[in-house]
Design a protein around this ligand. Structure first.
Ligand code: 8OZ
Length: 355
């Protein structure tokens, strides 16, 4: 078995195991509605075994960067339908990554210039990307326990919207320092209620969201993404190994399509601490999708030794719409231009050459 073997992610049948990782590209305009250009971009990459879309806000309060596409209004559903139709027409499969940024936002990006929300009122170090340029993060407002069911319902609404938009499934973004990860790790969660303290309490919101989404869309088509030691967005935890071993074990109770794991620190922003991903991986009994700086050889090795069932590639997919064909042919890869990663137009988005 290797990257080119067919496989099943829950109920989703894939022609290969090369997954396009979620990539924030900030090209959906201020209204957050996917455009024709976005459909072209994803359709160009449809030979991936699976596409995981860019992280997508589940509500107006879930936004934290400019020009993100949402998945909670009828216009956004219609916009995403163009994307899923275009990918399916090319024989591809696509799930949408459901996202709430929590404290990684700024009042200027939120309705009525309100404060971002978080498990605790702990301001992250760093600056938000806003329409007015970089601005310091603010101290977020700690969510009341009575507000958490509303957030769970926002995930449910977004998951229903995703199915209405034609997606093959959804991925719950619980990684990289955004809301669900802020609840998991104790550098950002100092709550004294049922959502803070013990591993069980800190994992409670993720489990409630996962349960609600799985109950809503069923059919074994929900994935979850974790990043146990990624320090991005000012994240840390006092015992990540024990915490995430617990989370991986608990996630076995759901009929998940897969667990997607960022195996270290990303974006070149800070050093990740030590973590035994092999032990962690073995605790999860379902399909495992590995991510972080894999190349073809390491991807094949991870599948051959049973560590991973699927491997997600990020930056290589920005620059190589036909990454699977290039891997197959051992062809050279295009270099990605980091100047056009976030925002802009077709340039650096839909104009990377095919073989
Ligand atoms: C890079 C820039 C903005 C957002 C993530 C959604 O890390 C992101 C993201 C990455 O998960």
């Amino acid at each position: 078995m290797d990257l080119f073997s067919a496989g099943k992610l829950g109920s989703i049948a894939l022609t290969n195991r090369v997954v396009m990782a979620p990539l924030t590209r900030n090209r959906a305009g201020e209204a957050g509605i996917p455009q024709d250009m976005n459909a072209t971009y994803y359709a160009q990459r449809a030979s991936a075994g699976l596409i995981v879309t860019e992280a997508t806000p589940i509500s107006a309060m879930a936004h934290g960067y400019p020009a993100l596409p949402g998945i909670y209004t009828d216009a956004q559903i219609a916009g995403w339908k163009k994307v899923t139709d275009a990918v399916h027409a090319k024989g591809g499969k696509v799930v949408i990554q459901l996202w709430h940024v929590g404290r990684i936002s700024h009042p200027s990006l939120l309705p009525d210039s309100t404060l971002p929300v978080a498990p605790s009122s702990i301001k992250p170090a760093g600056q938000a990307f806003t329409y007015e340029g970089l601005q310091d993060y603010v101290e977020p407002r700690a969510l009341g326990a009575d507000e958490l069911p509303v957030i769970v319902q926002d995930y449910v609404h977004a998951a229903k919207s995703a199915i209405a938009a034609g997606f093959d499934g959804v991925e719950i973004h619980a990684a990289n320092g955004y809301l669900l990860d802020q609840f998991l790790r104790n550098g950002s969660n100092q709550r004294a209620d049922a959502y803070g303290g013990s591993f069980e309490n800190r994992a409670r919101l993720l489990m409630e969201v996962t349960q609600a989404v799985v109950d809503t869309i069923g059919l074994n088509r929900t994935g979850v993404r974790l990043s146990p030691v990624n320090p991005f967005n000012d994240m840390n935890d006092s015992d990540p190994q024990a915490l995430f071993n617990y989370v991986a074990t608990e996630l076995n109770q759901f009929d998940l399509a897969y667990l997607h794991v960022v195996e270290g620190g990303i974006h070149g922003r800070g050093e990740a601490g030590p973590f035994d991903f092999n032990t962690f991986r073995k605790l999860f009994k379902g399909a495992y999708m590995a991510n972080l700086s894999y190349d073809k050889a390491r991807g094949n090795a991870a599948i051959a030794c049973g560590h991973a069932d699927f491997v997600a590639y990020g930056v290589p997919f920005i620059a190589n719409p036909d990454l699977v064909a290039r891997f197959k042919a051992d062809a050279p890869l295009n270099e990605a231009d980091s100047n056009t990663f976030y925002g802009g137009s077709e340039q650096g988005y839909t104009d990377y050459p095919f073989l």
